[in-house]
Design a protein. Structure first.
Length: 259
């Protein structure tokens, strides 16, 4: 579903533990012109990604993450390439792709973060193939293997990572062409204290469009009710035609809680 899913999961994990998370900024890109992709269709695709992605107004109580990403080691780069090969073997450039900013909050010892990503593929067939890849047992085994190697390669003096688990389910996504949800969890031990980290990845496909939601929580999972509300919000927007850049976007705002 998403080229960035396992990489974002790892970055969130290391960012929460050692303060070296990914650069907090909204990113977008579009592919170069092709025979079946006009300038107008690319513009519509980019407008669609902007209309669907989460904004600060959608996550009251959260702020844009200002953490800076540390330089990657050769081992980290190697394992991240392997992870990308696990989840994205389909060789087709997207028409447009954009992610929201990463939003985070801390309440006492609880740290939570959330982010979304929207990809417009070349065709519904491409999106369907990518969803099938993500939901396969082979992909989960591949991701679990290289994610484990990646987290264990992290330089973390005085600390260690425990067993990594990955559980998949299929959340309700009416009106779409399929969905999936992953929970990746790992225990982190620092100075004799073990703390669990949870990273949830939700995704669904609507025609040629792929939408993903990433949510992390330490030492407890991101609130399930808030995840469900944000997932529903993305689902509602994804099934609505993209609005123009100057049109006001109207949708219900979830009231997010820490419990």
């Amino acid at each position: 579903m998403s080229r960035l899913a396992p990489t974002l999961a790892l970055l969130a994990a290391t960012g929460l533990v050692c303060g070296c998370g990914k650069q907090a900024s909204s990113t977008s890109r579009a592919s170069k012109p092709s025979a079946g992709s006009s300038q107008q269709s690319r513009a519509r695709a980019q407008a669609y990604t902007q209309a669907v992605n989460l904004t600060a107004a959608d996550v009251p109580g959260f702020t844009v993450s200002n953490s800076n990403k540390a330089a990657e080691t050769p081992a980290e780069k190697h394992f991240k390439r392997k992870l990308e090969e696990c989840v994205h073997p389909v060789s087709s450039k997207p028409v447009a792709e954009a992610s929201s900013q990463e939003f985070a909050r801390e309440v006492g010892l609880v740290h939570q973060s959330v982010q979304s990503e929207v990809t417009v593929t070349q065709s519904p067939e491409v999106a369907a193939r990518e969803l099938a890849v993500i939901r396969s047992r082979r992909t989960r085994s591949c991701v679990l293997r290289y994610f484990t190697l990646l987290v264990k390669s992290q330089p973390h003096p005085g600390g260690s990572f425990g067993h990594v688990s990955l559980v998949q389910r299929t959340p309700p996504a009416p009106g779409t062409d399929g969905s999936f949800a992953w929970r990746i969890s790992v225990a982190i031990t620092v100075r004799g204290v073990t703390v669990p980290l949870y990273f949830d990845i939700f995704g669904f496909v609507v025609h040629a469009n792929e939408v993903s939601l990433f949510a992390s929580g330490l030492p407890i999972p991101f609130p399930p009710g808030a995840e469900a509300q944000l997932f529903s919000l993305l689902l509602e927007r994804a099934k609505t035609p993209a609005k123009g850049p100057h049109e006001k976007r109207t949708s219900r705002k979830p009231k997010l809680t820490t419990s």
